[in-house]
Design a protein around this ligand. Sequence first.
Ligand code: AMP
Length: 223
Amino acid sequence: MNSNGLGLHIVLTGAPGCGKGTQARILKEKIAIPHLSTGEMLRAEAAKGTALGLEIKALIDGGNLVPDEMIVEMLSGRIDEDDCKNGFILDGFPRTLPQAEVLENMLKQKGITLDAAVEIQVPDEIIMERILGRYACMKCGHGYHDKYQKPNIYGVCDDCGGTEFYRRIDDNRATVQNRLVNYRALTYPTIPYFEKKGLLRCVDGTGSIAAVSKKIDDLLAIK
Ligand code: AMP
């Protein structure tokens, strides 16, 4: 709960592959508030195969950002849904300074106060290895890694028993390089922005998933 008793509203930020999605899914289980990933929302839209979906897919597959007008309304509507009334974990938004300002105004209009922006810090060399090795269960989305997080039984998802897995099309070396360039140029400026607002909390994201999760719990005072 934050100071006005309205639940926990946080932004998880950091470079692509720093572990935002993984940590958001762990947090979501622990504190029972939804994980809002703009990347997942956009991939769902892309999968519909509509004209808009195809436009979004081309941008994602090239590692480029999707224009704000394609996201902001979608995100605002999602925040208005019932399950967000006790808070949310925002993953992948804001990705630019203008988006940070849009978020601030959007939340103000909804009477919501952001509690923290947690930056998960991981060096670029580690990021590339993490992203190129990652894959997920087709059925439940549980994430794995070729080297660091294999399923207990080869080819079977630990969580749901699913036997089909996928890799994201944008998880290839050239696209990741472009995503990292975009991160430095466009997303990184949101870090000092959150710092000025007194919301920034930084976590070293290079340890194990459990170790990073523990650090996030500690700084958000989650038991
Ligand atoms: P993610 O799942 O967060 O890695 O996002 C995958 C892709 O979705 C990104 O590389 C962008 O193409 C797009 N995307 C996700 N969130 C945003 C955002 N806030 N603004 C612009 N594009 C986004």
